[in-house]
Design a protein around this ligand. Sequence first.
Ligand code: HEC
Length: 618
Amino acid sequence: MRHLPLIILSLFIFSSARIFKNNFTSDHDHPTARSIDSTRELGKKIFFSSCYACHKDSGASLAPGQTILSAMTPRAVFAALTTGKMKPQAANLSESERKAVAQFVTNRVLTETSFPKDAYTSFSFTTNPASAFDHSGWGNNLEGTGYRSTSQAGITANNVSSLSLKWAFAFPDGTVTRTKPAVAGNWLIVGGQYGEVIAINRKTGKIGWVFTASAAIRGAITVRKTATSMVAYFADFTTNVYAIDIKTGKLIWNKRAGYEQNASITGSVAVYGGKVYIPITSLEVALAANGNYACCTSSGGVVALNASNGDEVWRYRVITEPAKESGKKKNGKPFFGPSGAPVWCSPTIDAARGVLYIGTGENYSPPTTTSSDAVQAIDLKTGKLIWSFQATKDDAYNVACPMFTNCPGKGPDLDFGMAPILVKRKDGKDILVVGQKSGVVFGLNPVGGKIIWQTRIGKGGKLGGIHWGMATDGKYVYAANADNIIAIDTTESHKPSPGIYALDVNTGKLIWEAPTPPCEGKNCALANSAAPIVVPGIVFAGSLDGHIRAYASASGKILWDYNTVKEYETSNGLKGSGGAIDGPPPVVADGMLFVNSGYGMFNGASGNVLLAFEVKKN
Ligand code: HEC
């Protein structure tokens, strides 16, 4: 899987964030203990009599499993039963019964997300369709370089130290703030943990519109503009993909991309040539914690949808062989396999070659495959595999490891979680640069996938090495190394070495290293796990201790440092607090820097803010 944050994330999102926090109490209504119990009992009864047969976690049907349903918002489940796909299954249920089962399965009270009135501003779109500051997708461009020019960013080594906080925006009830905003003219389009997608005025932090998806938005929002239209594309955790009209905040189409019961999405969609490319992972990595779960049958993959109507164009399953009985678990029951090889990253597009690149994670059960922990090239038109480069063989692992029944082996759990980066070398030839949780950065030939260079920058491990990404300005590649104390030992020779690293794109030679600065106190976690972004002269990178820093791209010297772990007065009037920074890279546009803060898992400090900084303009 993609480093522990994701796994525990799954467990946390489904357990603590919802169960402990909300547990059928809410500030909005104050139900008595008895009415809570009786509503819960009613919902439970309905679920097990009318839904469970199709929706159990290890069911054979395409119906999302109970754990996936629990990641949805109660409102989305209620809507599915009332006006959506499950209307026939709920034909005999009254409104209060539909509400009760929606609350039971999500373990949350059904309420509307609401913001104070003065959190809103009037929404209009005045900029011309091709604003120079527009910025979207996981890696900022098809090649995934994470690069912005000086004129796009408006931030230089000369003015970076004048960055100061302009506004903070708080997500209601948020604990993990991890989606990457898109910039469309004067608006940021950003997703939240409970499926809210919000247009926020980039100058004021006020809300233009709110769209409500069915579940958490984890990845980046991608915007496509034409002379007449402006559309935001994104996916939610339960594999619903959406196209929204930015000029109105209204849905154009919505399609569930998952092709297996426990399919889920953490990565970001890529949009190119009239298609939306969607990376697929599976919740089985976490469901395996239950020893009775029939582990495991899923495979990571990529689905291509028609960008104008959501129709499926092709579907690529990383593991080509279907799962069958494949061994015995500790309790004597059978394992099923092969499985796993999830795709956590956003697909990278090579328009010239007509190819899409992905990275894959480990296998969840025996037997292992040659497609796990691999970088793969897929034909953009047909979805057929062109080549596959496997960096780590025989990596079988899931959350049951090391001691529970469904543990298939020792790991070492060394996914390629980041999106590969396509960049030109000095000689004009392309190179594909990609970092692994092993702590190794590879330079691969985009034709055939052979290694051109490889450089170890970290010890690596489940919580080590390169997690979310790197960025490049064409000269150096800047990698965030997340090695931390619980990184497992993959090489004796390398000590954990968290920090930001610059390597020469041409040779992989180490140019500089900037170890994560020491920290103290309760939020101290020493590692750079979030992806960086680069503008000429500066690399911006967040760290698990909640600091966002600007490094000189030539030397690694820290030019600016801001500790986001604090309470904020917010532009939308809700309580805001900062925490660990993990996941997506920061966003820059027109002299402003936007940073997500809060990552409440793995002992990371939780938080719920999107912060906007601005440079002093002369
Ligand atoms: C006969 C089998 C069956 C029964 C019974 C059933 N479902 Fe479903 N459910 C499905 C299938 C199949 C899908 C996936 C449909 C799709 O994606 O096209 C689904 C999808 C859903 C979704 C996701 C809808 C969406 O728009 O993404 C929800 C929520 C849901 N079911 C809830 C329930 C609840 C609650 C019950 C009990 C009241 C229930 N279902 C009963 C088979 C069933």
